[in-house]
Each structure stands twice: as C-alpha cells, then as structure tokens.
Design a binder for this molecule. Sequence first.
Ligand SMILES: Nc1nc2c(ncn2[C@@H]2O[C@H](COP(=O)(O)OP(=O)(O)OP(=O)(O)O)[C@@H](O)[C@H]2O)c(=O)[nH]1
Length: 225
Amino acid sequence: MHLGHTHDGPAAVSADATRPDGTRRALRIGLGGPVGSGKTATVAALCRELRDRLSIAVVTNDIYTREDADFLLNNAVLPPERIQAVETGACPHTAIRDDISANLEAVEDLEDAVGPLDLILVESGGDNLTATFSKGLVDAQIFVIDVAGGDDIPRKGGPGVTTADLLVVNKTDLAPYVGSDLERMALDAEKQRGGLPVAFTSLTSAEGVGPVADWVRARLAAWTA
Ligand SMILES: Nc1nc2c(ncn2[C@@H]2O[C@H](COP(=O)(O)OP(=O)(O)OP(=O)(O)O)[C@@H](O)[C@H]2O)c(=O)[nH]1
C-alpha cells in the first residue's frame, strides 16, 4: 500500500484517507524511540490534553507484556475500549516496519469498535535509534529521545532522529543533573533534520506536552482540511 506520505510538514496527507464505507479514517501517528525515553508518558499526556475535543484511540506495542497498555488503563487516560495492546514477541521494530499486520488489524479493529475516530496513536516498543514506522501503518511519526540518554544523540543521527516528522527531546527537567547541554542538542538536531521540527518537553508538569499537542493539532487540521 502506498500512502503518498512525505515529510513536508502539516500539509502532508495520505492518499487513502477514506474507509471502505466512504468515511474519513483517523489520522495515525506513530511514536517511537529508545527504551524509557518517555513514549508512554507522551501518549498519556497527549490523551489528557486532546481527549475532550477529539475522539482518540491508542495501540501499544510491547515485546512480551501489555505493560504500556496497562499503564494507560491504570491511569485512566482513555476508556479501556479505546486502548489495544499488540504483543510483538520479537524485535519491536519488526511489528511497526516489516510485518505491520498485527498493528494494522489493531488500528482497524479500534476504528470499527469505537469509531469514528479523529486520531490513533501507535506507540512502538522501546528500541534503538534506527526504529522507524512503515508508511503503510502511520501517516506521521514522532521520535522521542531524552536528555538523560546523552546530549550527543542528535549529533549521532540515525533514521529516527533525522527523518521523524517531529523529534521530541524529553525530560529537559533532568538536563542540569545529567550535564546535558540543551542548546547543543537543539543545534545538532537542526543540522541533522534539515528544518524538520523539534520539541523540547518535560512531562513533569501537565502543560509540558504542549508543543507536541500543538504539532498534533496542526497535523490533524491538515488531515481534515
Ligand atoms: N524526570 C522526568 N521523568 C520522565 C519524563 N517523562 C517520562 N519520565 C519518566 O521516565 C520513565 C520512562 O517513561 P516511559 O513513558 O515509560 O518511557 P517509554 O519510552 O514509554 O519506555 P518503554 O516503553 O519501556 O520503552 C518513567 O518513570 C517516567 O515517569 C520527564 O519529562 N521528566
């Protein structure tokens, strides 16, 4: 399936935006990034920020468990029927890039069960810097790294850092404690990404996810335009 997706920013939309019944399907946004960078925390914060105005569902990917889904359920960020867990049983990036069938099924099941939906967030299992989503699964992707992973990660590059539609550098509150230089991270990210956006976040406060929520709103506006 070719979705005609590009990295040109909010104007980029997929070619097959309609469901078999002719209604517009939800915008699908993937969140990937290294283990522990804050993907689940970002998903939870986005749901809290956007759920009053948008119809949202989430697909989580874990290797052998449903820990991320359980975290979202326990924190009641969405009703249980809006959260689906995929157990990848193997390298997490396989399920989001190579054999996306389980994830596609989860996305379509959610749309059938609780649709119509505006937005589906697909959270990848934690992986390394090379994990990216198939464009057959998501319309746009967010790559989440954190300052505690080292301030040289943007400089090192890799497909997540260089090509994700939005790069999130999370846990800025920890920068003074781990000696990370945020300005250097911003400059390196800018150099690596050729103008694609970067958001610095700290999810220790409720409004910390603001820049990511704004970016999602802009994508959604382009999607529904
Ligand atoms: N100090 C601080 N801690 C954070 C922030 N965001 C997330 N955390 C914490 O970092 C830890 C990992 O966050 P998760 O959201 O589970 O990370 P993840 O990327 O989903 O992890 P995996 O799914 O295991 O790959 C948790 O203890 C969070 O509470 C932040 O902005 N600042």
